[in-house]
Design a protein around this ligand. Sequence first.
Ligand SMILES: [Zn+2]
Ligand SMILES: [Zn+2]
Length: 128
Amino acid sequence: MNSVGRPPELDSHGKVVQKSLVNVTIPTKLANFLKEKGINRSQLFTSVVKRMYRDEICRFCYGSNIEESRIGKYCTDCELARPTENPYTVYNNCKNCGNKYQPPYTFFRQSKKIDSGCDDCVPKEERL
Ligand SMILES: [Zn+2]
Ligand SMILES: [Zn+2]
């Protein structure tokens, strides 16, 4: 079911994301709060589920083919469908310095001294 006037959401393969109607029962005060704030419950619910389960569900295609690398967790379907874009849903911390990998720094870095670092802890001139 498409919302009026809104283009349909597409997944990374360019297919329309199929949607389902779900009913949820929540405290009336919470329902009133959402109504007063004009919060779109479908968007809110989708966003909350995506955030809570971001290490299990892809934020782009809602698929569950998630794998882990040194950098973090990523969707293998989206990696194939959009090879030039960042497929990560969760970022790990660098094993060397503890800083979080995050866009645009989504590659691990190596030097002669550091086996698995990041842009922060492996200076450009020492990178292998
Ligand atoms: Zn995906
Ligand atoms: Zn680092």
